[in-house]
Write a protein that binds this ligand. Sequence first.
Ligand code: SAM
Ligand code: SF4
Length: 344
Amino acid sequence: MSTRYPALIDTFGRVASDLRISLTDRCQLRCTYCMPAEGLAWIPRPELLGDDEIVRLGRIFVESGVASVRLTGGEPTIYPGLPEVIGRLSALSPRPEISLTTNGIALARTAPALVTAGLDRINVSLDTLVRSRFAALTRRDRLADVLDGLATAQAAGLAPIKINSVLNRDVNLDEVPELLAWALEQGYQLRFIEHMPLDADHSWSRDDMVTAEEMLELVQAHFEVRPLGHGGAHGQAPAEEFEVLDGPGAADWASRPGRLGIIASVTRPFCRECDRLRLTADGQLRTCLFAQQETDLRGPLRAGAGDDELAAIIRTAVRGKQAGHEINSLDFVQPARSMSAIGG
Ligand code: SAM
Ligand code: SF4
């Protein structure tokens, strides 16, 4: 189907088709690798986009060729208008795929309504199955709520459910086999993620980071896996995917081979194929997680810019997308915003 505006193409020929919208920078949890215990200096409320602004910008992106919209944060389930925003985005033409990245603690209450509104897929972040570890890692004793939320999301028909696990050497590295066996048994697709230099307290260290290579070695010590390449059948996702053919646990391997993903943004960056854009909760467009520059969309939007003008601002910003992030260069400078304020 042709779109109202030309496709969003950068000077390296990449076409932007995936938009992550951060609905809020706030969160109920305080994951140690993401936020300090006291939280962050939240974006002042008047600067946050409201439902109409989010949906209008979302429409202009979709009319420029964006085919998938992921709602994130902070924690998107604390955004009061979440079902309405999902409903209105899913009514756009052409209809984008709508997904959500969440810590899962509100899903037991909200998942059925989100599915009814039009939600297609979810990713739930869960780094450990040990209650005391979860409480220490997120600084909140809410593991049971996440597990309840996952069960409700599955019963509500969301599939495939993906689980995001950031691996940390001193925290959960020893849980790799248990996390994978559990995810396979539940029918969830687990993705192990390299810790990225996006912490609020700038505590990331390359020496401490668990690399994709190390993750895979640990997995292969317990499971038989077959590489499927980046994004599996879709070929565009940042995860390197694997089919799990055999391993411990009660899963019936022969009839239900499972999937595993490894996201190695630091050691195996996927910038050459990157099709992503990010809109922060205060209306700033970022063409890369690690970008130093943002393009203000909220200012022109609130100053009365028309759709054509906003579409042109977005197109110009995308044309300027950098070739790749510089994490592995000596010149790398961590962006001023941390993960929760960008929208992971
Ligand atoms: N609150 C939601 C959640 O936790 O899923 C959505 C936002 S959160 C910022 C999105 C994802 O970013 C989560 O999977 C989280 O584990 C991941 N994340 C946060 N800080 C990170 C970091 N420094 N390195 C790698 N992943 C990180
Ligand atoms: Fe909240 Fe997600 Fe950051 Fe954890 S990773 S503190 S759940 S925003």
